[in-house]
Design a protein around this ligand. Structure first.
Ligand code: PLP
Length: 483
């Protein structure tokens, strides 16, 4: 015998209940320790391929090792070398800050290894998924006919939506899809996967605030129809990733109704703002869409892979996806007992709805509403700070938790090249110094810094500290470049 291996018998994959509890306790303690220390840690830790190769490369061990060592290695060597997407000063891309009941739900669902593809496979979980989706339906203001499913995320949700839209349009050969030049590239990818030629994904120009230009949309659709194309879907942003822009959803819905085209709203990060008063006003008209993608792993504070697709008439989703293999004949229990595997791409699915349910049951909707409202307000406050600054300039006003700006002193005559270089240096310093994690983007080609403020643990102090550091680094850099 070599090293001691786990397992109750030789070659066994089983652990005794005592060992299971010991290991679960260790894993839990390590996760909670991380969360408790997070605020004092940098918001991001990267690693080069060569360093990580040296640390982690090995052949799969033939013999097992003590499980504590394995768990500690995961907690110390692997998991921390990553973006801390849930850090209160992680403002890059789209942050995700899960609530603890959501994390535990993932663990419990895995522990029960729920198969959430058929009613037969998971009756309780299927009923719960229906219940949680009906909560979303009510929040959106969708009718009783609406339903949907949990997905891995917005990418999968838009993919499923496009399949339903394409089938609704009669699966035409020369299909086109429309989205704004600010739409997430996941939508382009989803459209091409469902068979829309890349050249037939039409990018509609946007206005001064990055909102889809409906007149342009009308012109493009008309031109395409005359040329023999069949428009199968129009996508509207309800929180574009770049700027938080919300397209004129009501006007786009009018257009789609008039021209009988499927309206898909990409509300992947912004959708749950509908729970708040301000968000509801901004997202007005969303309930008119044929389908809506919303990621609970973004602004509903769940761990990753908690996306969702809602469809106004769920039968359209089911008619697009339902299949009848003979080996699943036992699973047909009739429409009262939906099989979630018949609403989208995945058959073997995990039980994602439990995360939302346990979180909402634990804290109540009011706490979530407040947490989302805080993000919206912090972004407005950040905009106010930028506007009052001598060094910073707004690139696009705050919208749904996102604000874009850059270092550009009032009255300065720095050319675009210098401004870009200064802003790149500032962004790099904010990250290097560990003050915050922040990403950049381009707005109409111009380099812009961007804060996405969605974390329920983020306070004004976190935002202010970050903005003050940006100002300070900006001043340093300007002095250096003119000195
Ligand atoms: C995050 C996001 C997506 C992609 O969703 P995933 O969950 O990453 O698959 C699409 N659109 C918008 C607006 C997003 O914010």
């Amino acid at each position: 015998m070599t090293a001691p291996t786990e397992g109750v018998g030789t070659g066994s994959l089983e652990l005794s209940p005592e060992r299971m509890l010991e290991l679960a306790d260790l894993a839990s303690r390590l996760v909670v320790e991380r969360l408790s220390a997070l605020d004092g840690e940098p918001a991001w830790r990267g690693g080069s391929r060569s360093d990580l190769e040296a640390l982690l490369r090995e052949a799969a061990p033939e013999e097992g090792r003590p499980a504590e060592d394995v768990i500690r290695r995961a907690a110390h060597e692997i998991l921390p070398v990553a973006g801390r997407v849930d850090h209160p000063r992680f403002f890059a891309f789209v942050p995700s800050s899960p609530t603890w009941p959501g994390v535990l739900a993932d663990y419990m669902a895995a522990g029960h290894n729920i198969f959430q593809g058929t009613w037969l496979g998971g009756a309780g979980p299927s009923q719960l998924e229906l219940v949680v989706l009906d909560w979303f339906r009510d929040w959106i203001g969708y009718p009783d006919t609406a339903g949907g499913l949990f997905t891995s995320g917005g990418s999968a949700a838009s993919l499923d939506a496009f399949v339903a839209a394409r089938e609704h349009a009669g699966a035409p050969d020369r299909a086109t899809v429309y989205m704004s030049d600010q739409s997430h590239t996941a939508l382009i990818r989803a459209a091409t996967i469902v068979g829309i030629r890349p050249a037939h994904v039409r990018m509609v120009p946007t206005d001064g605030h990055f909102r889809l230009d409906t007149a342009e949309l009308g012109r493009m659709v008309e031109e395409d129809r005359r040329a023999g194309f069949t428009p199968v879907a129009v996508c509207a942003n309800a929180g574009a990733t770049n700027t938080g822009a919300v397209d004129p959803i009501d006007a786009v819905a009018d257009f789609c109704e008039e021209h009988d085209i499927w309206l898909h709203v990409d509300a992947a990060y912004g959708g749950f703002a509908v729970l708040t008063e301000k968000g509801k006003a901004v997202l007005r008209g969303m309930e008119r869409a044929d389908s809506i993608a919303m990621d609970a792993h973004k602004w509903l504070f769940q761990p990753f892979e908690t996306g969702c697709l809602m469809v106004k008439d769920v039968r359209r989703l089911e008619s697009a996806f339902t299949v009848h293999p003979e080996y699943l004949q036992d699973t047909r229990w009739g429409t009262e007992h939906p099989n979630f595997g018949d609403r989208g791409l995945q058959l073997s699915r995990s039980f994602r709805a439990l995360k939302v349910w346990m979180s909402i049951q634990t804290f109540g909707v009011a706490a979530f509403r407040e947490a989302i409202a805080k993000g919206i307000d912090l972004a407005y406050q950040a905009e106010g700070y930028v506007r009052a600054s001598e060094v910073l300039q707004i690139a696009n006003p705050a919208s749904l938790g996102v604000v874009c700006f850059r270092v550009h002193p009032k009255g300065s005559d720095l050319d675009e090249g210098s401004l870009e270089r200064i802003n790149e240096v500032v962004q790099a310093r904010v990250i290097e110094t560990g003050i915050a994690m922040m990403s950049s983007t381009r707005l109409r080609g111009l380099y812009s810094l961007r804060l996405c403020i969605l974390n329920h643990n983020t306070d004004w102090e976190d935002v202010e500290r970050t903005l003050a550091a940006i100002e300070r680094f900006g001043e340093d850099e300007i002095a250096r470049s003119s000195g």
